[in-house]
Design a protein around this ligand. Sequence first.
Ligand SMILES: [Zn+2]
Ligand SMILES: [Zn+2]
Length: 236
Amino acid sequence: MLERITELTFTELVVFSLVLNLIFYGVSIGLYTLANRFIKGEYIQDVKQEITKGDILLSLFVLVCNAFVLVLGVWFYNLGYIKVVENSTMLIILLQTLALVIGMDFLMYVFHRIAHIPWFYSLVHLRHHQHTSVNPISLFVLHPIEAIGFGLLFTLLLYLFTFDTLAIALYLIINLIWGTIGHIDKDVFKNTAFERITRDILCLTVFHNIHHQDPKCNYGFYTLLWDKCFKTYRKL
Ligand SMILES: [Zn+2]
Ligand SMILES: [Zn+2]
């Protein structure tokens, strides 16, 4: 599969990247809609976040930024800065996926804390926090610098370490699902076995909704580890 991507012409690669990110966008909105419609649960936010024309346009531009990072990643690969492997065993793929989640969990916590330093906040991160509640596209309502910054962090990990392409794909799917889960305006896991097992470990829906209400806590993305370590964790 990787060879096919690297054999694409520049125009084909750009189109592929845009279409892939458009699919991610559609999947995220679809998951949000399904969860809101079919899972019973209390709404977390008191006020609905309106979907504005500006938000839609910005979220579509963020897709272009994400596609740009993917094109950049393939370019780095072609230049030999990024190395990947294929056909690893399932155990290696799962371990690598876990390593990517843990590595990005830490890097994104640090990146997010920096984004809340007043100067960076007003310049880069405020746009995301203009959503004091959440809606189906909140995940994609980001300042373009922030969107590219997250992508470059991931690219940095791929530059530093070699991963299997399947581990990279699995991580990207987990990242999309987790990002969507954090921006659902409903406590979809309440009183489920999954919540009971993971509530002291993972960042679930309520966790990131609280961050939108109170930007001084809950900076993590996948796990509660770093918020607990640095005492920035807040429960509902
Ligand atoms: Zn958010
Ligand atoms: Zn924030």
